[in-house]
Every structure is written in C-alpha cells, then in structure tokens.
Ligand binder design. Structure first.
Ligand SMILES: *Cc1c(COP(=O)(O)O)cnc(C)c1O
Length: 374
C-alpha cells in the first residue's frame, strides 16, 4: 500500500481541475477589499444560494468547512442526546467519518448490512434489527455509497418515520447526482450531507454542506456551525466551528458553474466502461451519478488485488473503496457479522472517470479484469 501511494500514476484515480489563478484574481481582491473573510460573508451567501438553486426542490443549504463537521452538526441538531437509546444505525460499508461522528457524540454505531445491487445500507436488514431484534435506536445515518442515489431511499424514510428518528443521509461524494426518479440528491431524509473535498465531484479543497427541506433545521444548523451563537452573541445551542471561509466559497461558486459539463464527460466514461468490461456488476443508478469515480463489483473468482496491481504496473490507479469495511477496523471491531458487506468488500474496485481516461485506458482496464478472471 505504501509503495502504491508513493508511485505516480499517469492516470490517477482522481484528477481534480480547479479555476485558473487569473480567474480567481478578482475574487481574491474583492475579499481583501471587503475585509470579510468568514462568518457568512457575501461569497458564502452566494455559494449557499447557488447550491440551493442547483438542487431546487425548495431546499435550504448550510455550508460547512467539511462534510465531517457537517455530519457532526447534523447529529447535534437531529439526534436527541438525552435519548435512552444509545445506538445509531449506520452501514459499515462507508467512509469512517459517519461512524466516527456517531461515536464522537457519545452514541454507538450499530452496523447494518448493505444490499449487493446499489451497495447501500439495506432497509430490510435494518427492519430485521429493529423489529425482530427489537433494538432501540436514537437515529439513522445511511450513505449514498460512492455518491450514487439509493434506489430504496423511500423505504428508509418510511422506516425512520415509523421509529420516529432522524434519517441523516451521507451523500458526501454525490453533489450533482440524482435519485432514480430524476430528482437531485439533497432533498431526502431529514437532511443530506455533502463534501467539497478536493477528491469529490464538486471540489473546493475542503468544504461541505447540509441540505434540507426544513428551513428551521437549516437555521439551527447555521447557528451550530458558529458555536451555537444567537444573533445577540449568546450560545443557546450546542456548537462547533464549522464555517466555510470566503476564499473557499469563491472557489466553490466557480466550480459549481463547470459541474454539469464535467458530469456529462464522466458519464460518457462510465458508459465506455459498461460497454468494454464484461462479467462485472456496475452499481445500480450510477448512470445518474456525479461519478467522482466508477465503482464496480468483480465476479467471484476474479482476483481483485491482482487487477489493482496489474493496473498500477500500467500507471493506472484503481482503489478498493470502502475496503476493509469499518466494522473490521480496530476502532469499531466486535459487532455482528455482515455477510453482504464482507462479500462485496473483497470484490469492489473503483476506477478513474476523469478527462484523462482515454479509450486506451478503458481497454487496458477491461483487459486487466478479464485476464484475472478464473
Ligand atoms: C469524503 C467523504 C466524507 C468526508 O468528507 P470531508 O469533507 O472530507 O469531511 C464522509 N463521508 C463519505 C461517504 C465520503 O465519501
């Protein structure tokens, strides 16, 4: 692994593009002239409004310095810390930030298995935990895995409603993605969380947002992002410092303007993989995703690690996200087995989707996979 990280790839998994320096020049001067560097200045307000416009559906956006601070703020705002139940339902097949945020706020992640088609937390597995095993929970944090909209999102909303708990959706890699009904991610559950880290489809460097249809929740989240302060400067809510600064917001505005064209190109790469690579399962609904990368599940008997190695030898970077799954890390080990998660984590592979992926690269990937199939 260390060797892989050190090597330089001619086709890295992620190759973010950023606005040219001269394009940022005027924004930088405007920020210096205004003397507003953070605390909901004009660039943050414009970026927030642009996010709301982009997603539509009457959502309110609250910006954050990262998706992880956004997740923690959402936990503070939506999960009752006085609840007798201490478990929060979460998939293990996810980025660690969700389970870590649950633990940081004094709750216990209760891992739920995924389904093998969308690779998202499985509402049927959750129903078994809640109904058959009668586990009480304080909240639910699910992920839209790899930024792709879960096809069973309504079932999750129904379940959260039935048990009267918040449904926080970690859509970190999914700004620009849509659910199967064509609506943009950002308007489902109690709220949805997005990341603008350099590796995400809408890249700022560091940044995040919570989107929700509940304007009162948005207002509470905005206060929580600023130490829980009210307008009179008194802290009446729990808080943290999660604000997005003006320089970051200025980059975000420019990146958002180019997002749709970028996604069209990424979807064309996804289609090319679909045509070229045989005998694998592509993630359901990926064709409506922002596709920061393309993830697929190799057939049983294909040597995934050998494929990753063969591609590395050709200077093409592929990765094993999210493997090993979180429930097997030392931090959270000890829970019940998760058969689907443990099958998928050994077969999943994520491939580059950026503009550097030429037809020759797609061909090389298809060859590498077919050569390692038994
Ligand atoms: C990237 C990612 C995060 C973390 O986002 P940050 O903005 O880096 O804090 C959390 N959850 C998922 C699913 C992610 O992909």
């Amino acid at each position: 692994m260390a060797g892989e990280r050190l090597m330089t790839y001619s086709v890295p998994l992620i190759a973010p593009s950023f606005p040219a320096a001269e394009d940022m020049d005027g924004d930088y001067r405007d920020i210096l002239d205004s003397g507003r560097f953070s605390n909901f200045g004009p660039f943050e307000r414009a970026f927030r409004a642009a996010l709301e416009d982009h997603v539509g559906q009457s959502v309110s956006a609250v910006t954050f310095s990262s998706a992880t601070t956004a997740l923690q703020a959402a936990m503070l705002a939506c999960v009752d810390r006085g609840s007798a139940a201490r478990d929060v339902l979460v998939p293990a097949f996810t980025f660690p930030a969700g389970p870590q945020s649950i633990a940081a706020l004094g709750f216990t992640p209760r891992f739920v298995d995924i389904e093998p088609v969308g690779l998202h937390a499985d509402p049927d597995a959750a129903a078994r935990i809640l109904k058959r095993d009668q586990v009480s929970i304080a909240g639910i944090v699910i992920g839209n895995s790899f930024g792709t909209g879960a096809h069973h999102i309504s079932a999750w909303e129904d379940l959260a409603g039935e048990f009267d708990v918040a449904l926080i959706i970690d859509s970190a890699a999914g700004f620009g993605s849509a659910y199967e009904d064509g609506t943009a991610l950002g308007a489902r559950g109690t709220c949805e969380i997005f990341s603008f880290h350099a590796t995400k489809p809408l890249a700022i460097g560091e940044g995040g947002a919570v989107l929700t249809r509940d304007p009162d929740l948005a207002e509470r989240l905005r206060r929580i992002s600023n130490f829980g302060l009210d307008d009179d400067g008194v802290a009446r809510l729990p808080g943290l410092n999660g604000k997005l600064n003006e320089f970051a917001a200025a980059i975000g505005i420019r990146q958002l303007a180019g997002l749709e064209a970028d996604i069209v190109r990424r979807r064309a790469v996804h289609d090319a993989y679909r045509t070229a690579v045989a005998d694998v399962d592509f993630q359901r609904n990926a064709e409506r995703s922002a596709l920061g990368f393309v993830s697929l599940v190799l057939s049983h008997g294909t040597d995934r690690d050998a494929v990753v190695g063969d591609l590395a030898a050709r200077a093409i970077e592929a990765r094993r996200y999210y493997a090993p799954a979180v429930h097997r890390s030392d931090l959270f080990a000890g829970g019940a087995p998760l058969p689907v998660t443990e099958d998928i984590e050994g077969r999943v592979i994520s491939l580059p989707s950026h503009r550097g992926v030429t037809p020759a690269v797609v061909e090389a990937v298809a060859e590498a996979i077919s050569a390692r199939r038994s």
